[in-house]
Design a protein around this ligand. Sequence first.
Ligand SMILES: Cc1cc2nc3c(=O)[nH]c(=O)nc-3n(C[C@H](O)[C@H](O)[C@H](O)COP(=O)(O)OP(=O)(O)OC[C@H]3O[C@@H](n4cnc5c(N)ncnc54)[C@H](O)[C@@H]3O)c2cc1C
Length: 433
Amino acid sequence: MDRRQFLAAALAGGAATALVPARGNARAAPVTTTARIVIIGAGAAGTALANRLMERLDGAQITLIDPRREHLYQPGLSLVAAGLKPASYVVSDTARWLPEGVTWLQDYVAAVDPETRKVTTAGGTVLDYDRLVVAPGLILDHDAIEGFSLDMVGENGIGALYAGPDYAARTWAAASRFIETGGTALFTRPATEMKCAGAPLKHAFLIDDIARRAGQEGAVNMVYTAPQATLFGVPIVSEKVRMLFEDRGIDTMMKRTLTAIDAGAKRATFATEAGAEEIDYDYIHVIPPQRAPDFVRQSGLSWADKWTDQGWVEADMATLRHLRYPDIFALGDVAGVPKGKTAASVKWQVPVVEDHLVASLEGRDGTKAYDGYTSCPLITRVGSAMLVEFDYHNNLVPSFPGVIAPLEELWISWLMKEVALKATYNAMLRGKA
Ligand SMILES: Cc1cc2nc3c(=O)[nH]c(=O)nc-3n(C[C@H](O)[C@H](O)[C@H](O)COP(=O)(O)OP(=O)(O)OC[C@H]3O[C@@H](n4cnc5c(N)ncnc54)[C@H](O)[C@@H]3O)c2cc1C
């Protein structure tokens, strides 16, 4: 099923329709193997791959390592933080998505030895592998913001929706109080790579829209701040967002990196080219720096010359195969490739890793390539969004050319985010897309 068929099916009928494979896309006969395959992380990427490998391989020992019992549908966090969905909307049981026959080891990975091909967990279990897939997502480094801690979220005008469902709900509590009382809101984003780079913009757009609907347009002062010089990594999208911000009266303060918060004084400190700058706020949304889990770097899997402060896994950008250890693949947010930290990217990365991993077990080369596909249903108001899709080269790659314009605020793009995306995501988890 190609991208357009998949999204159309999901939108028309939800996951059940989306699960029906397109004609002519029958899966290959299972490959018989006794390979030991270890997957680190049972999030979007690890779970989707485990389901697909169970169908592709006959006899493989597949072990998924992840301590988390709850699976989080993270794209829903933006909706929770705008009071549009309850926290429970994003939470399900990890076990529900795992295929029969996979061993789930509920533990943290503490180290990988890529030379002897061993994985060691925090609990002391040591696993040998023939192929390893590294998919532990990323770390949100909230401690990097001086004076900030997660227990502050929801109080004193502080929001942090990335931190999880309860924090997203508390973020809405703080944001809705701000809307009632008015004042200045600061929306921040980190200087590092981040998952779903559209989410900081979505939060600003939604809180602005909800304030307008509440008749508080004149009482709130919305300010979007970012370390970068532009609002989005794809120039044409950046320009569109700039125009929308201008229309809506959302101010921007670029080249500013949040470094500290004084919660009592409601004052934020930013690093700028001219030195530290303090800005008072009534509401602040914090998105911290992001990096690979420590074991990735400590195990020597990271790039030595790129993203050295962030530690993403050194991987070929087309095959996601480790450049120094061909038995290892990177998948999802942790992959050190120039784009792709979205669940939509995971959807297109998983078949590529499956292809090359299975081919390697058969002693041949895989043929599939990941093109950097990244998608961001960029919500601009309650009930409208822009379905922005692009690749490594910043080309816009719309799934519905001529039907859904990528840079227009549309109800149908909102439906994509609000209704279809979760069905699509769930189908992906089951390996059916
Ligand atoms: C606010 C927000 C909004 C978003 N909106 C969108 C959107 O609209 N569209 C979109 O496509 N994407 C969106 N995303 C991004 C998307 O959710 C992620 O890109 C996706 O979940 C990445 O999948 P992953 O498997 O790499 O990581 P995750 O899904 O985060 O899973 C990683 C797993 O690894 C486990 N793990 C971590 N460390 C270890 C360890 N040491 N040992 C074992 N297991 C470990 C974790 O417990 C977790 O279960 C959004 C994300 C956020 C936060």
